[in-house]
Write a protein of this length. Structure first.
Length: 179
């Protein structure tokens, strides 16, 4: 087993109520938020133009290689109808530590009012990952969503792709037949 890695936290993570400026390019939607843990920061956008707001862990967690855990964030939200929130992995944690969101992206429906929890997985085969309360663990992306009106038909309309599925467009040498 390798050395324990601490993923670190942003400056002023605990107790900070920083609200970052939103880029004028993006529209905004009002999202009610309830702090279940008053000492943790609200989700925030790290940079202008970012699509995802950082979520932090409300608890200390150590994930052994291959281990998964559902991690509390200390917040609950109320989305307006017609919106959903999607929980994505943080690319730096995935690239440097092998930490990912198991059901990426996780979906938070507009009607859900409970605590947002993030199912994390340590994909590193040898090194545990240590998360400290207040560490950024995932990104929350708010998007407008459409509801489908499903219409049953006997046959589907044609398309250029047809029924071509997994690997049908090629692009990977390992799957190519050699002559």
């Amino acid at each position: 087993m390798g050395a324990l890695r601490d993923v670190g936290r942003p400056p002023n993570a605990i107790g900070s109520a920083v609200v970052s400026d939103l880029s004028p390019v993006f529209g905004t939607v009002r999202v009610e938020i309830r702090r279940l843990d008053p000492d943790l920061p609200l989700p925030r956008y790290a940079h202008p133009g970012d699509a995802g707001a950082d979520l932090v862990t409300a608890e200390d967690v150590v994930l052994a290689p291959g281990e998964r855990a559902t991690v509390r964030t200390g917040i609950a939200i109320a989305l307006p109808d017609g919106y959903a929130a999607f929980i994505h992995p943080r690319s730096g944690l995935a690239a440097r530590h092998g930490l990912t969101v198991v059901n990426a992206p996780g979906t938070v429906d507009a009607g859900y009012r409970g605590e947002i929890k993030v199912p994390l997985l340590n994909t590193d085969p040898a090194t545990p990952v240590k998360l400290t309360r207040g560490d950024r663990i995932a990104q929350l992306v708010i998007q407008r969503v459409e509801r489908a009106a499903f219409v049953e038909v006997d046959e589907l309309s044609d398309s250029a792709r047809g029924a071509g599925g997994f690997g049908s467009t090629g692009g990977h040498a390992a799957g190519a037949e050699q002559s």
